[in-house]
Design a protein around this ligand. Structure first.
Ligand SMILES: [Zn+2]
Length: 86
């Protein structure tokens, strides 16, 4: 038996209000739980404070839409998701 002590790394992605697509951010977060793939940050951080690295995503113009090449933001935590990094 191998002890499961490794942390799972997730890429933070968001639904883009500008183009209606999904984009990855440069932000990565770690959880002991590997079952949060595809979950929103609302689920992942239920009852906890969001880390500052995710809070910044919700601030105006901190994101960049590659499809229309314009700054954007995603203030809605229900539209920010965790994707398990491989
Ligand atoms: Zn976009």
């Amino acid at each position: 038996m191998t002890a499961i002590t490794d942390m799972s790394v997730y890429n933070v992605s968001y639904y883009c209000n500008e183009c209606g697509g999904w984009h990855a951010t440069a932000t990565r977060v770690q959880f002991a739980n590997s079952e949060l793939d595809g979950q929103s940050i609302v689920v992942a951080y239920l009852g906890r404070d969001l880390p500052s690295s995710i809070k910044v995503i919700q601030e105006p113009d901190k994101l960049h839409c590659p499809s229309i090449n314009r700054p954007t933001s995603q203030p809605d935590p229900n539209k920010i998701f965790l994707i398990l990094a491989t």
